[in-house]
Design a protein around this ligand. Structure first.
Ligand SMILES: NC(=O)c1ccc[n+]([C@@H]2O[C@H](COP(=O)([O-])OP(=O)(O)OC[C@H]3O[C@@H](n4cnc5c(N)ncnc54)[C@H](OP(=O)(O)O)[C@@H]3O)[C@@H](O)[C@H]2O)c1
Length: 448
């Protein structure tokens, strides 16, 4: 005759230890034999009973009925009553399975309605469900850069910017990028107002460290612990939120060692004011030093098909440490969209890549011509090709890549979201890959 311990019996019957103990306590099985050491030993008949109990319970037999049934079994008599109990329960199971079938039909109907709706949606809108992870932070595969809604990218308009952010959230573009320096706080106030009432849907990323309080130029890159704490309090206040999802150091600090700065950022995490830490425009050495103080979730750097410096300056360390890339200016500050000329009438005038130096303008024009040639074949906009190239890099780089194209206009936002449905061919990627080497004019990262 077989004999099993309580653990073996539980395993054999697909029950937990606690359930077997409880069944014994309420008299559904037992009395169970004990060995000389007082430990339970379950025989074949106990196992059969436990399995039957599990099945009866799974099909909804009430405990009182089970106890009644167990009592009949224990007494050794009452075969007729046992048969009655089982017949009654069978009727109940048949009835409830008919109800369950009805529920299944209703669920199928509801699922079909949602599937049809999804099928009818443009793929760009369906992409709202696509998310990825920067460290532990879940974000959509594309975010929205909000800087241009306050400065640096031509005329601004509060209302249309707020509408653009609302449309972004509706499309699932919930990863919003701002900084305390954009519009000297204006941008954080704008983002805060736009997300009010929808905070839970949004991942707010902001930055500190560029101090323009003494004027725009030269800005001081600050990182003293006290400054970090004050900057965070001020950002929280302007954004109208209690916690920042991703808090970046905007530039390597001139006023403190990186360890001091990241140490203060880590304290903000401990205080619950910040969830994750990021760095913008750092090299591998600085990233490693920072990461040794507190895990870094993302590096935000300029990255596009004409600006690929990160691949040489920091990528190895990012891969090694599991840090994600948030490419800013993925549209080449607008240039790769083919909609602005080299002499843009805003802050970009100061950028050598846009400069009206004849040579640069001509060389860089060839880049946008190539992007446009791909776009024309694919029936897409150049902006979409530029974004599709960035999205195609994640596997090759070996890190998650979440670009944050900037726009203050709803229709451009929609176009940029639609870029997610454009998958470039190997030939197209090869053509686009070659363009960065032909770009002329430095891309000064201290400017915006
Ligand atoms: N960490 C840093 O140091 C740093 C530096 C720069 C930027 N950033 C962040 O990155 C974000 C994006 O960068 P960015 O603004 O420099 O460059 P970008 O995203 O490469 O380009 C934005 C420019 O392209 C235009 N644009 C956007 N979509 C377009 C489309 N589909 N067709 C035609 N034009 C389009 C925008 O104009 P409209 O707005 O008029 O549509 C804007 O002038 C910023 O908002 C900011 O959050 C961070």
């Amino acid at each position: 005759m077989n004999s099993w311990s309580i653990r073996e019996a539980a395993d054999k019957c697909g029950l937990s230890l606690d359930t077997v103990r409880w069944y014994e306590k309420v008299g559904l099985v037992g009395p169970i034999e004990r060995d000389p050491n007082g430990r339970r030993r379950f025989g074949d008949a106990d196992i059969d009973r436990l399995i039957l109990l599990r099945r009866l319970r799974a099909t909804g037999m009430p405990i009182r009925e089970l106890q009644h049934y167990a009592e009949l079994v224990r007494s050794g008599a009452g075969e007729f009553e046992r048969l009655e109990v089982l017949r009654r329960h069978r009727e109940f199971v048949v009835e409830s399975s008919a109800t369950q079938q009805e529920y299944v039909r209703l669920l199928d109907k509801k699922i079909r309605i949602y599937q049809d709706r999804l099928r009818q949606m443009p793929r760009a809108e369906r992409s709202r469900m696509e998310t990825t992870k920067l460290g532990e932070l879940a974000v959509p595969v594309q975010g929205l850069g909000c800087m241009g809604m306050s400065e640096w990218r031509g005329p601004t308009d509060w209302d249309s910017s707020v509408k653009t952010i609302h449309r972004a959230l509706d499309l699932g573009v919930t990863f919003l990028d701002t900084a305390d320096v954009y519009g000297a706080g204006h941008n954080e106030v704008l983002v805060g107002r736009a997300i009010s009432g929808r905070r839970d849907q949004v991942q707010v990323a902001t930055k500190f460290g560029i101090d323009r309080s003494a004027g725009r130029s030269p800005a001081i890159r600050r990182g003293e612990a006290g400054y970090v704490k004050r900057a965070c309090e001020a950002s929280l206040l302007r954004l109208g939120i209690d916690v920042i999802d991703l808090y970046y150091l905007h530039r390597p600090p001139q006023t403190a060692e990186i360890e001091e700065t990241v140490g203060a950022m880590a304290e903000l995490v401990a205080e619950g004011k910040v969830r994750h830490l990021g760095l913008s425009e750092v090299d591998a050495d600085l990233l490693r030093r920072a990461h040794a103080v507190h895990p870094i979730t993302a590096v935000q750097s300029e990255y596009s098909l004409w600006a690929r410096e990160v691949e040489f300056t920091v990528l190895d360390a990012m891969r090694e440490l599991g840090v994600g890339l948030v490419p800013y200016s993925p549209l080449g500050r607008g240039y790769l969209t083919g909609t602005i000329d080299a002499g843009a009438q805003d802050a970009r005038r100061g950028n050598p890549r846009f400069a009206a130096v004849a040579d640069h303008a001509a060389a860089n024009q060839a880049i946008i011509d190539a992007v446009r040639s791909v776009a024309d074949v694919r029936g897409a906009a150049p902006a979409q090709v530029a974004l599709a190239w960035v999205h195609a890099q994640s596997d090759r780089l070996g890190v998650p890549v979440v670009p944050i194209p900037g726009t203050k206009r709803v229709e451009r936002l929609e176009q940029n979201v639609a870029a997610l449905e454009l998958s470039l061919t190997a030939d197209e990627l090869t053509l686009l890959d070659s363009l960065a080497d032909t770009a002329t004019g430095d891309s000064p990262t201290l400017r915006h």
